[in-house]
Design a binder for this molecule. Structure first.
Ligand SMILES: Nc1ncnc2c1ncn2[C@@H]1O[C@H](COP(=O)(O)OP(=O)(O)OP(=O)(O)O)[C@@H](O)[C@H]1O
Ligand SMILES: [Mg+2]
Length: 254
């Protein structure tokens, strides 16, 4: 079972306390001859108040790992505590509510809803939390403007370029100021200047002591923003790099 001390979902977390603790987390997709083992035993502590990056070759398990720690995918084995909650103990409806209240997730493929306008896509997390559609759309438009998408709120996401769609996905993940922000390749479709602006926004969310930010990336232009870089290789963490000379706070690794 999880070893972190349970807290209520609204409880503050001291700076550099462990926000997310993974021990021996495993995941295999499929069965029999077609089975693919994506995670072979992940040991990692993700500190609160910091930005943790995950890097590693294509197919090494990065998206699988962040999907599990964000409560989008169940693990097969091992222990996982996110802000003190073992997500495996939550029933499906409680888990959905936990995600709504705690998580912002930027998907690698953006996952925008084509039937909704750009503003409506971004406003969904606020509406789910009970804000009126009108107020949520206004806040969405303000955030979109800071990401260089002023005036695009009424468009269909299908009419936007890849980089514009990615910024919509980023706005949707940030708008409700989530406690846990998880970003899968958030700068992959952005030029250098937009990538820098987006990462400033993301980095700004990480410095609060009750927050945690996890960014999967191949983008070496943003590595310097990480407090910790966890190198994923074939379903395991095989190296941790800390930005400062402090000893790593991440868990035991192989
Ligand atoms: N839903 C799924 N069904 C079957 N296999 C899957 C599924 N999702 C991932 N996999 C497999 O698990 C392994 C890890 O995939 P994952 O998407 O986590 O890699 P990744 O590190 O994010 O790669 P990339 O950098 O290309 O995005 C791969 O071998 C992949 O084929
Ligand atoms: Mg991936």
């Amino acid at each position: 079972m999880a070893t972190a001390t349970p807290t209520t979902s609204g409880a503050p977390t001291p700076a550099h306390a462990t926000a997310i603790r993974l021990r021996g987390v495993t995941k295999t997709f499929g069965r029999g001859e077609s089975a693919v083992t994506a995670l072979r035993g992940i040991d990692l502590d993700i500190p609160a108040g910091e930005l943790t990056m995950l890097v590693g070759p294509s197919g090494c398990g990065k998206t699988t790992l962040i999907s599990i720690l964000a409560g989008l995918l169940s693990r097969d084995g091992g222990d996982l505590a996110v802000f003190g909650t073992d997500l495996a103990t939550l029933r499906r409806d409680r888990l959905a509510a936990w995600r709504r209240d705690n998580v912002g997730f930027i998907f690698q493929q953006f996952n925008l809803v084509p039937q909704l306008s750009v503003s409506e896509n971004v406003s969904v997390p606020l509406v789910l939390k009970g804000e009126s559609v009108g107020a949520a759309v206004r806040r969405a438009d303000e955030l979109l403007a800071t990401l260089g998408l002023e005036g695009r709120g009424k468009s269909s996401p299908l009419k936007l370029s890849g980089g514009q769609q990615q910024r919509v996905a980023i706005a949707r993940a940030l708008i409700h100021d989530p406690r846990l922000l998880v970003c899968d390749e958030p700068t992959s479709a952005l030029d250098a200047e937009l990538g820098r602006r987006v990462m400033e926004l993301i980095r700004g969310r990480s410095t609060r002591p009750d927050r945690a930010v996890v960014v999967v990336t191949h983008d070496d232009r943003i590595f310097h923003l990480a407090d910790t870089i966890a190198h994923v290789n074939d379903g395991r963490i095989d190296q941790l790099t800390r930005r400062t000379s402090e000893p790593p706070t991440a868990g035991s690794h192989r």
